[in-house]
Design a binder for this molecule. Sequence first.
Ligand SMILES: Cc1ncc(COP(=O)(O)O)c(C=O)c1O
Length: 416
Amino acid sequence: MSRLAILGGTPVFEQLPDYTHWPRGGEKEKEALLRTLHSGVWGGLGEENRHFSEAYAAYCQTRYALPVLNGTVSLELIFRALGIGYGDEVIVPPYTFSASVHSIALCGAMPVFADIDPETFNLDPASAEQRITPRTRAILGVHLGGRMFDADALGGIAQRHGLYLIEDAAHAQGSEWKGCRAGSLGAAGSFSFQATKNICSGEGGAITTNDPALYEKLWSLHAGGCAFGAEQEEHSWLGTNARLSEWQCAILLARLERLDGDIELRMKNAAYLDKQLSELPYFRALRADERITRHSMHLYCFRYLPEGLDGLPRRIFIKALAAELGNVVCEGYCDPIYEMAMLYSDDFQKMTGRTFVNPREMLPGNERIAHAEGCWMTHSSLLGPQQDMDRIVEAFAKVGSGADELRKAFGQEEQK
Ligand SMILES: Cc1ncc(COP(=O)(O)O)c(C=O)c1O
């Protein structure tokens, strides 16, 4: 094996392939923007918004889709529309982006962390059920990286305890559980179209639901509280302005056309990588589950097993791997949300009326994945030909073979 790139050798990818740069736009996006430019309608729920709402609802197999500003506001609106707020609790996994948690507290409710399953990185249903109290109103499941959570188990728990199941599907555009699309499985689904997402408009989001009454309330909340379908400005709810502009809806329509082709390629390459990399004693693919019939592969998540390389810490392994592959691989969420200052701030106390108590001891699965084993690669790195997947495998093997050299070079760092 040649010398490791981090120690001055030649990287496996000397240049990042073009397809890894994200987001990318082409003729379709240009056409969409020009169409909007010349339409004279740039905001205020025009034709692009209507077309995208219809197309996205059809894509998600739901009755309704409501475009909104982003995937944080979408969650806040869902909680507010369901009447979840001060005094209530929402169960949420800690292995997620902070927005899943901010949005709960911003509505006045208390986020209650349940553990994740280290073999899926998703909410562990047994842990979620244990965290239910008389104040619990909802379970917010996150389809982490686009991998569907166990919708049978969480759906069953929600039903038995009279709770709402809400999907944070920010990563899961086009993923499926037993043939049912993300966003169609609970009371409502929340999507993000922020710049790194599989379809994106710079910033953006959407809410999906099958419930007409909930849709009408969501619509009203996102349009300044105006009554749904009212002829005149009639403010029935305390609303906000969360309407998505025509520019963003036009871009999203163009991106949606590319999504299925991208998903197929990513799934094929992910399956190939799982198979090839599983030969290495320091790599572990997430558990296969036949009920996940489609996976958006927003993140290619895997576990790094330090014991497979005599305890070489993840941080050094990933640093060396990133030197070979470029900035497409990382350690994932390594600072657990329940340690973040926001939960211990005066602001949090004011919003929720309660003091947050660190639940670390109850979350061994998350502690392990956050601090030692969790890793991921970006979705765009899976958009290449099979030869490039072979080069990714070569990089993993190269770093593994250089573990002793890494230990020598970064020994001191290892002691930290
Ligand atoms: C799991 C998850 N939920 C919610 C969000 C919030 O989405 P946005 O950035 O569009 O507000 C994100 C954003 O990355 C996310 O990853």
